[in-house]
Design a protein around this ligand. Structure first.
Ligand code: PGA
Length: 269
């Protein structure tokens, strides 16, 4: 599966001018990486402006949330048909910062179903706020996913992207991100839940990402050690250079280049 890195700008930056600068910098920073899909999720107010900018085949636009309804009396909300008009085919759904504002598993599940019904690919965030030795975090994630699965037809599960984001690891430094063995186990567990629910035929298409203090210095290790299909990046996605470095480290291209170098005359370089 092609790897994917998603930029969640959250409630940043403060102006359209700055948003355009970051977007342009991001496109430039990832231009050379041909084997990783990139999705940028700005605040929705900047979407139309960024959709008018020169688009890059490598960088898609997405939104950070989506209403569970299509239109009507839902003050402050934005729906799937509204955003798809702005070249946005992706939506982060169920981010912990939205769940903290009262979004329940049922609402998240409705949003996911609504996104899929309207041709938007949902990036579903799950993750516990704390861990304990009894492994309650597994049950917590299982419960979050079970509600989403129950709202979908079996075959629609393949349209999901799942971002495992332990709440305790969000917004910290690289050293406070999750440990690799813990990540690897949770990724295996999520994959098992997917297979149990939908069978390999659909489950194998689902990309599993990690988010929470992803930085250039830990991105490669998280992806390779965690057996991930990509990353969801918050604060580091506002710095095009750092974000570009993260995308590059997820790519398999440098590995191929070094294999070539090994077999070629630059052996000792
Ligand atoms: P962070 O945010 O990279 O700043 O930790 C990740 C997220 O909340 O999606």
């Amino acid at each position: 599966m092609q790897k994917i890195v998603v930029a969640n700008w959250k409630m940043n930056p403060l102006s359209a001018k700055e948003a355009k600068r970051i977007f342009a910098g991001t496109k430039e920073a990832v231009a050379k990486v041909k084997d990783v899909e990139v999705v940028v999720c700005p605040p929705v107010v900047f979407l139309s402006e960024l959709a008018r900018e020169r688009q890059s085949v490598r960088v898609a636009l997405g939104v950070q949330d989506l209403s569970h309804e299509v239109h009507g009396a839902y003050t402050g909300q934005v729906s799937a048909p509204m955003v798809s008009g702005y070249k946005s085919k992706w939506a982060i759904v169920g981010h912990s910062e939205r769940r903290a504002l009262g979004e329940t598993n049922d609402i998240v599940a409705e949003k996911v179903a609504r996104a899929i019904a309207n041709g938007i690919a949902p990036i579903v965030c799950v993750g516990e706020s704390e861990r304990n030795d009894e492994g309650a975090h597994y049950l917590f994630v299982q419960a979050q996913l079970a509600v989403v699965f129950s709202a979908l037809k079996r075959k629609d599960v393949e349209k999901l992207t799942i971002a495992y984001e332990p709440v305790w690891a969000i917004g910290k430094s690289a050293t406070e991100a999750i440990q690799i063995p813990e990540l690897y186990e949770m990724v295996l567990y999520i994959r098992k839940l997917l297979i149990e629910h939908s069978g390999r035929r659909y489950a194998d298409h689902v990309r599993i990402l990690y988010g929470g203090s992803v930085k250039p210095e830990n991105a490669a290790e998280l992806v390779r050690g965690g057996g991930l299909d990509g990353l969801l990046v918050g604060s580091a996605s506002l710095e095009p250079k750092a974000f570009g470095a993260i995308v590059e480290s997820v790519s398999d291209m440098p590995k191929k280049a070094s294999a070539k170098a090994r077999s070629g005359r630059h052996l000792d370089v």
